[in-house]
Design a protein around this ligand. Sequence first.
Ligand code: GCU
Length: 142
Amino acid sequence: PPASDYQAENATVSQGAVEANHTGFTGTGFVNYDNVIGSYVEWSIPAATAGNVSVAIRYANGVANGASVDRPMDVTVNGTLVRSALSFPSTGNWDTWQTVTLTVGLSAGTNRIRAIATTASGGPNVDRLSTGVPGDTAPPTA
Ligand code: GCU
């Protein structure tokens, strides 16, 4: 399918805050997950028909408390766990963004894709979820 971007700041956030105090995000900001297990962002993704789609989650994971640590997240689609503790490795600093890509099966209609922190560090800072564009790390154009 063609590329579609879904900004984290427009998604449903549980235990997190929309912020814009680092550079390089797209849209108007990013979600800073609270540093707890279970914090999440959930996107609503429309699909005309059922099928597999490539999903890229764009994130930054810098230094916290003097350390660079992985911030793995579970991914669920419509409530079903599809990836357990998917790795979101350090990006070096909070202004450097990378993508983690995965392929998920969607149903026809509106799909709920949720990325849930699995450690007490919480999730990384999350900029957006894109469908149909594996490896997209394009910087903001404005
Ligand atoms: C820093 C950083 C935040 C980040 C946080 C964290 O405070 O500025 O953007 O979310 O660390 O460790 O989660």
